[in-house]
Design a protein around this ligand. Structure first.
Ligand SMILES: [Mn+2]
Length: 511
């Protein structure tokens, strides 16, 4: 959906979920401002029993001038728009939640539209934009505004609101993984003094008490040095604060903190050991029942009640506790860890494979940036740091992944191709200079190449989850799941590699 499709209507209600959080307020505010700038009769509302009470949110509403109304009845809604008795709004747009969901009070309207970043909860209307992969609804709205050619940076209050929405929905940005979320974080021009003020009224006295009680009930698992903590329902930020604190405790290497809500469970995950990446653990915990992600040390996720119930799990605290205990146990007990530095691979049982010749892309780094420049290439698979040298070549792989290698390695594994380069993915990589944050499109500089093939390897399918620390990167592991492949280069069996099954089948042929 495009935002401009909403302009067909007049008398519009923008509604966020009951008990709004900062992301809901920011998203609704941005949509409201958009509609008003086109002269629409629009109002921003939320329902439910409670008026916003948290101090950071009251500050946000006041300091950023967010005109949001707490509405309890259909009559109130109609009179807010100045409609005659019994008349319905032409359009109701829900933000940060979906119409007919439990936590959005039901109001009638002639048409409904949805802008959200949660999991899809049932049939969607024609007018809907739900991007479950985005960390905040603010990001979805920001990107939609951008698609209309609008720049929110003309309005520092709006930019600050969107930034704070993302900040609070991603635990201070620690759970970001999608490049568009990072783009918004980096591109918004905000008031940092206002953000500092909000951040320091983040926890209510009640939440402080919830955190204290939760910590008293901490379960510690000695064998694998992790802790599990359940908290009463609270703002997801409080989960992050508790898990940050737990990680500082001696002998706690990883932790999982969660709170159970009406429609799902929020989790926060931390790890301070290289054998566990927090984002990967969060993904593992949420697999099949929700979504998890983040960074090496900090990550988070959400689990949907519906998906748990499909797996015949009763939605009550003891069952949920058991669910988390067994997921954590599975994670820690069922995996192999290989440190390539001191490991001898047994190639019996492995088959011989040859690399296919495949299309890829490359950019001569000095075509884009001067020698000595440090920069980050933002890709769908994360940010890649580069330091431009005389001979740096940026290679764009078959799935849009990017790496920087030397000219001599490039010549060894690739052949220049004369056809025009076509990028294979949706999110186009950009280069961002460290020095001034300037962004440069990469594609205008890209040329075609093909992998030269004829490199041989021995490989076999994995039966167990396997983490490999390669000899080039002893700090970060590559993860292989059952069904993926582990292999070694013919001629140098200390080069251990892991390939996702799908990728492996694309790039190798059995000999
Ligand atoms: Mn949200």
């Amino acid at each position: 959906m495009k935002l401009s499709q909403l302009l067909e209507f007049d008398n519009i209600i923008v509604q966020c979920h009951n008990n709004p959080d900062a992301d809901a307020l920011a998203s609704g505010y941005a949509v409201l401002r958009y509609l008003k700038s086109f002269g629409k009769n629009a109002k921003f509302v939320y329902g439910g029993n409670f008026e916003v009470a948290k101090s950071n949110l009251k500050l946000m509403i006041g300091d950023l001038g967010i005109d949001v109304y707490h509405v309890r009845t259909q009559e109130e809604l109609a009179s807010l728009l100045g409609l005659s008795e019994g008349a319905l709004p032409e359009l109701l747009v829900t933000v940060d939640g979906q119409y007919s969901e439990g936590n959005i009070q039901h109001f009638e309207a002639k048409e409904v539209a949805i802008i959200d970043h949660h999991q899809v909860e049932g049939p969607l209307p024609v007018l809907s934009e739900v991007r479950s992969y985005q960390a905040s609804c603010a990001t979805v709205v920001w990107d939609m505004l951008r698609a209309e050619g609008l720049d929110v940076n003309h309005d520092i209050k709006l930019a600050t609101a969107l930034y704070y929405g993302l900040l609070t929905d991603s635990n201070n940005f620690s759970e970001l993984h999608h490049p568009v979320d990072m783009d918004m974080r980096d591109e918004l021009k905000i008031s940092s003094s206002i953000i500092t003020k909000f951040k320091n009224s983040n926890i209510s006295q009640e939440e402080l008490r919830i955190a204290g009680i939760a910590l008293l009930g901490s379960e510690y698992y000695r064998d694998n040095h992790y802790a599990i903590v359940k908290t009463d329902p609270c703002d997801p930020n409080v989960l992050g604060i508790i898990s940050d604190m737990l990680l500082e405790v001696e002998d706690v290497e990883c932790c999982l903190v969660y709170s159970i809500h009406e429609s799902g469970i929020k989790i926060s995950v931390r790890s301070c050991v290289k054998e566990v990446k927090a984002d990967e653990l969060a993904q593992f915990i949420c697999e099949g029942v929700g979504n998890g992600g983040g960074h090496l040390i900090k990550a988070g996720g959400s689990i949907q009640r519906k998906l748990l119930e499909i797996q015949e799990l009763d939605y009550n605290p003891p069952c949920i506790q058991q669910f988390f205990r067994s997921r954590m146990q599975d994670y820690f007990y069922n995996n192999d860890i290989i440190y390539a530095g001191d490991y001898n691979v047994d190639i019996t049982g492995m088959k011989r494979y040859v690399r296919k010749s495949l299309k890829a892309g490359y950019v001569v780094a000095t075509d884009v940036l001067p020698v000595g420049t440090k920069a980050v290439i933002r890709t769908i698979q994360g940010d890649v740091k580069i330091h431009v040298q005389e001979d740096t070549i940026i290679v764009i792989g078959i799935r849009g992944e990017v790496s920087a290698i030397s000219r001599s390695l490039f010549d060894k594994y690739f052949k220049v191709d004369s056809s025009e380069y076509v990028y294979p993915g949706d999110y186009i990589p950009t280069i961002r200079r460290d020095i001034d944050g300037r962004t440069i499109e990469i594609l205008p500089f890209a040329h075609s190449c093909v992998t030269s093939g004829n490199s041989m390897m021995f490989a076999k399918e994995l039966n167990n989850r396997t983490k490999v620390f390669t000899k080039h990167d002893p700090e970060h592991y590559l993860l292989g799941k059952p069904g993926d492949y582990i292999g070694v280069l013919e001629g140098d069996t200390s080069e251990i590699l892991i390939f996702e099954r799908e990728l492996f089948e694309k790039i190798f042929d059995m000999v």
